[in-house]
Design a protein around this ligand. Structure first.
Ligand SMILES: C[S@@+](CC[C@H](N)C(=O)[O-])C[C@H]1O[C@@H](n2cnc3c(N)ncnc32)[C@H](O)[C@@H]1O
Length: 216
């Protein structure tokens, strides 16, 4: 597979181009942000406890690898996957002991039932709504029975357009979604909902944030 064979749909190419352009600025902006968000850290702690030790965990849409590194520090055997080669370069630089691979989470090169856990932390927000059922079926396929999925996303009904972030000549829509709609799609894909956390907006955030954990 070349480094673009997985770009099977236009929205994947647009997403990759966007994140390749902003990777260094994004990494700098969000490098330490998890240190200021106790609800997120509690959510990752709960996820790590539910997954337990011993099974492989995938951080899908890992970006610069800040969540991958946090999950590894919680004792999980985690690797990262992303579309963007610039994001992966940073993830490898900042987490030299961890594995990062390029690909699309819509078509994972991972055997059926082989993962104990999967995380999609603000990475499903660029997948069109009509592609979400197949994305969640793919997550269900790679998880072992009893394995856990963690999703993070912004709450809302309208997308937010990021136009020329940090002055880069790119634009991309970030979809906000209702936790009930996402939970329903996860159940349709064969998941059982374990927990749903909705955190109020903080600092410069405009909307609430949702964190869902589901069991395969
Ligand atoms: C908002 S960033 C979040 C990155 C990281 N999870 C974090 O919290 O720092 C979204 C990331 O998801 C990746 N992404 C989006 N769609 C993807 C897909 N279909 N397959 C793999 N990665 C994807 C993007 O390239 C980008 O790095």
């Amino acid at each position: 597979m070349t480094d673009s064979d997985f770009l099977t749909r236009d929205f994947l190419t647009r997403t990759r181009v966007f994140y390749d352009a902003i990777a260094e600025d994004y990494a700098e902006r969000f490098r330490d942000s998890l240190a200021q968000t106790p609800v997120e850290r509690a959510t990752f702690g709960l996820f790590a406890e539910l997954v337990g030790r011993g099974g492989a965990v995938a951080d899908l849409g890992c970006g610069p690898g800040r969540v991958t590194g946090l999950l590894a520090s919680l004792g999980l055997d985690v690797f990262g996957l992303d579309l963007s080669s610039s994001m992966l370069e940073i993830a490898r630089r900042e987490n030299p002991d961890l594995l990062f691979v390029q690909g699309s989470m819509l078509e994972l090169d991972v055997a059926d039932g082989s993962l104990a856990g999967a995380v999609s932390w603000y990475s499903s927000i660029h997948t069109p709504v009509d592609e979400l059922p197949s994305l969640f079926r793919e997550f269900r396929r790679v998880l072992a029975p009893g394995g856990h999925l963690l999703l993070g996303f912004q709450v809302g009904d309208e997308p937010k357009r990021h136009d020329r972030p940090w002055g880069h000549d790119v634009v991309l829509d970030f979809q906000r979604r209702q936790p009930g709609m996402i939970g329903g799609l996860l159940e349709t894909a064969g998941f059982e909902l374990v927990s749903q956390t909705v955190r109020a907006p903080q600092n410069e955030e405009q909307v609430a944030q949702a964190f869902l954990i589901a069991r395969a």
